[in-house]
Ligand binder design. Structure first.
Ligand SMILES: [Fe+2]
Ligand SMILES: [Fe+2]
Length: 284
């Protein structure tokens, strides 16, 4: 199967999960100039499961607030709108991911842990490197491998062949995907993100996280997700199905302008936050 256009694959999958309604409503509201904190919290409160999880995450070690934050309006004031929007996307994404019904060759728990580990490591890298809007990078990390889930769900036979090829050859998954499908998970994942009308920054993080295309423009955001992915593979935070740790792209490390001594802190902090996060997960 070698389609010329990945968009045609994405568009041909009629039952593809849609982006959570709550995220769409929130994005629309945030584009209106006079939206109030009350209006925003009302939208989040419409979804009990998402609002409960937002509060749980706001109160977790990920944010490190000393006093407990008990209501959404306060959470919005403290964290800011962009962070809340991304948190809503992240939490409602857990629900969206559950709508996918991948074949048995796919390790859903390992995948979700890997996605969370990458999101956390990329965000910690971004904060340490003083990159603007680290919460966008969290979202990029969370969704970076979403294309694998699409393959495992809608191309499950080919996905089994890909898994076998990775096992046999020691290739990275995107290499086996190109061989078997003619395209890879960064193409499928970024096409889905485009269909979901996610910001270009996030589409780019998904599309380039392997930095396999030398012609792509390397941004700090892409570099953070690229290295975050490598960190969580090397620390075995979940599993995205890879059998070997990829080599970090030298330019990605350089653009973040970090010292090797920063790496120790990044690894320690990411591990701590990862442990905390997965203890709250339903996929455990
Ligand atoms: Fe990947
Ligand atoms: Fe990954």
């Amino acid at each position: 199967m070698k389609p010329k256009n990945i968009d045609s694959i994405i568009n041909s999958i009629a039952e593809l999960p849609t982006l959570p309604t709550i995220y769409m409503k929130l994005s629309r509201l945030l584009n209106v100039q006079d939206s109030s904190i009350r209006m925003i919290s009302d939208i989040i409160a419409e979804d009990q499961a998402v609002s409960a999880m937002v509060l749980k995450i706001v109160n977790s070690a990920l944010y490190g607030f000393y006093n407990k934050i008990g209501d959404l309006q306060r959470a919005i004031v403290i964290l800011g709108l962009n962070e809340i929007k991304n948190l809503v996307l992240a939490t409602s994404m857990y629900k969206t991911v559950k709508q996918f019904k991948p074949g048995s060759a796919f390790d859903m728990e390992g995948f979700w842990k890997h996605s969370t580990g990458c999101a956390i490591s990329a965000k910690v890298l971004a904060e340490t490197a003083y990159i603007k809007d680290p919460e966008d990078i969290f979202t990029g990390g969370l969704l970076h491998d979403i294309g694998k889930l699409i393959h495992a769900t809608y191309l499950s036979e080919e996905f089994e062949d890909i898994i076998a090829d990775v096992e046999e050859t020691g290739s990275q998954m995107f290499e086996s995907e190109r061989k078997i499908l003619g395209f890879d998970h960064v193409q499928t994942g970024s096409a889905l993100a485009k269909k979901w009308h996610l910001p270009q920054k996030i589409i780019d993080m998904i599309a380039h996280h392997h930095l396999s295309d030398t012609s792509c423009t390397l941004t700090k955001e892409v570099a953070a997700v690229h290295i975050g992915n490598t960190i969580c593979i090397s620390l075995c935070m979940g599993s995205g199905g890879e059998k070997r740790v990829p080599i970090v792209n030298q330019k990605a490390w350089e653009i973040l302008d970090l010292k090797l001594s920063d790496l120790e802190y990044i690894i320690q902090r990411s591990t701590k936050l990862f442990e905390e996060s997965i203890s709250n997960m339903e996929f455990k």
